[in-house]
Structure formats: C-alpha cells, structure tokens
Design a protein around this ligand. Structure first.
Ligand SMILES: Cc1cc2nc3c(=O)[nH]c(=O)nc-3n(C[C@H](O)[C@H](O)[C@H](O)COP(=O)(O)O)c2cc1C
Length: 242
C-alpha cells in the first residue's frame, strides 16, 4: 500500500514536471529473488540433467494423471512471454475416451494420406530414422491429449477485436514452457502434428478463427518404451559468445 501510494505521487510529480499527456503504464514492484553464484551453477547443472532426460515418447501407459497436475502446468504455459501480452492461445485438454477415439480416427485418416501420397519423398526420408507411420494408438492409450489453438484475434481492454502480434512465436514459447513443466513434474509428452489438423476444431467445438497449432500427448511411458537413438548437437555447435 505504501509503495503503491509513493508510485502514484511520483507519477503525478512527473506528469506535472514534464506535462506528460499520455497515460503512463501502471507498474508494480518486480518479484525477483537473487541467488548466490554457487547456487546458480548448481541449479543450472541439475536442470540440464533433468532436461537431458526429456524425450518424445510414442508408447504410453494408460495410467491416469493425478487431478490438477495438468492444470498447474497449463498455468505455467500461460506465463510465457508473448507478443503485446495478448495471450492468444487456448489449451483444450481431452481426457474422455470417446473424444480421444474420434481424434485418433481423424488423425490416422490424415496420416494415411500423408504417408501414402501427400508427403514428398524428402520429408519421408527426414522422418525415416524415427520409425513413425500412420498408426497412432497413443492418441487413445495416453490418459490426456492437449490440443493447442492459436487465436487470430483477441478482444482488448476496451472491448475491441484486435490483431494478434507474433502469434507463432508466442504460442511456440508457451508450448515449450508446457512441455518443460510436464517433464519436470514427471510426465512424458509427444509433440504431434497430424497435417492438416482442422479436425480438432470440429471435434472440440472451437471457433474457426482459432488455428490448431499442435496436439500434445501426455502421460507416462509404457513399461517397455523405447525411443529413437538420436544425438543432440553440442553447445559449441548451437551457440557462440561475442
Ligand atoms: C513442431 C513439431 C512437430 C512434431 N511432430 C511430430 C509428429 O507429428 N509425430 C511424431 O512422432 N513426432 C513429432 N515431433 C517430435 C520430433 O520428432 C522430436 O522432437 C525429435 O525427433 C527430437 O526427439 P526428442 O523430442 O526425443 O528429443 C514433432 C516435434 C516438433 C517440435
């Protein structure tokens, strides 16, 4: 309350001094806790170890996810930086076996077309080492799917419909936050992009103005789950210091 008052007084004084006519943005004190250098090194090493264990999983167990866990991770996703703070995203969580079945059927129909004729040979060659095909049993087996939609318009504070800035970058960041959060709480994910994904709009009853961005499969890996033996680039290959 005290700091709120003094901020208001400062704002008034600045307005008077500089005859500021435009509205000044309302601010609040930043909540930031500085940690020691040793602690930072220790945290970064531990987090790297945790994140190195993240892999895309394509064989899921049907074990259920504890209530509330996905919802907390979605709140984390919603904290991602985003263009003009427009938060132009929607996360549709699917747990119903019937809805999951419909999504699997529609996704497999698209994927049959993709692998059978639509995909150029170059694309199929790039996917070859993953061993993926048109069969997507995990869409029914996994306990949850999260369909992520990108909004093309949002309503601003004055109730006006406005254009969205940097939608793809923003939703990509939110999805990254979500995948990271789900992994850190002990869940496995698959980033799935059946192409095209228009069937998600229809099955989930979303507005046609929202574009399906991707489908995240969430749960626990199957007991005998194996993942492709792939390598990741080294730090020197992906970064430079200037
Ligand atoms: C935008 C995007 C789309 C993807 N689409 C699919 C997909 O449709 N099916 C699939 O099996 N994996 C898909 N993946 C997962 C990638 O194949 C996987 O992330 C990559 O091979 C690296 O493996 P890792 O996640 O285990 O490190 C997708 C990943 C991204 C980022």
């Amino acid at each position: 309350m005290k700091s709120g008052l003094s901020a208001a007084v400062i704002e008034l004084a600045l307005r008077a001094k500089y005859r500021i006519l435009v509205a000044m943005p309302k601010t609040i004190p930043l909540c930031f806790e500085r940690v020691s250098e040793d602690e930072m090194r220790s945290r970064s090493a531990s987090l790297l170890k945790v994140m190195k264990a993240r892999r895309s999983v394509r064989a899921f167990s049907s074990d259920l996810i504890p209530e509330g866990v996905i919802e907390k991770c979605l709140e984390i996703a919603g904290r991602a930086p985003n263009g003009a703070n427009q938060q132009a995203w929607h996360f549709a969580v699917v747990k119903s076996p019937e809805v999951k079945r419909r999504i699997r059927e529609a996704a497999e129909a698209e994927e049959r077309e993709f692998y059978g004729s639509r995909a150029p040979q170059e694309w199929l060659d790039a996917l070859d080492h993953l061993g993926t095909d048109a069969q997507k049993p995990f869409l029914e087996k996994a306990p949850a799917l999260i369909a992520i939609f990108q909004k093309s318009k949002v309503v601003d504070e004055s109730g006006e419909e406005v254009k969205v800035y940097y939608p793809k970058e923003s939703i990509g960041l939110a999805t990254g936050f979500l995948i990271s959060a789900l992994h850190q709480v002990g869940l496995a994910t698959l980033t799935h992009t059946p192409s095209p994904m228009k069937f998600l709009t229809e099955i989930l009853g979303r507005s046609p103005s929202e574009k399906p961005f991707l489908l995240l499969v969430v749960g626990y890996p199957a007991e005998d789950c194996e993942v492709p033996d792939i390598t990741k680039l080294n730090l020197a290959d992906i970064s430079s210091t200037h």
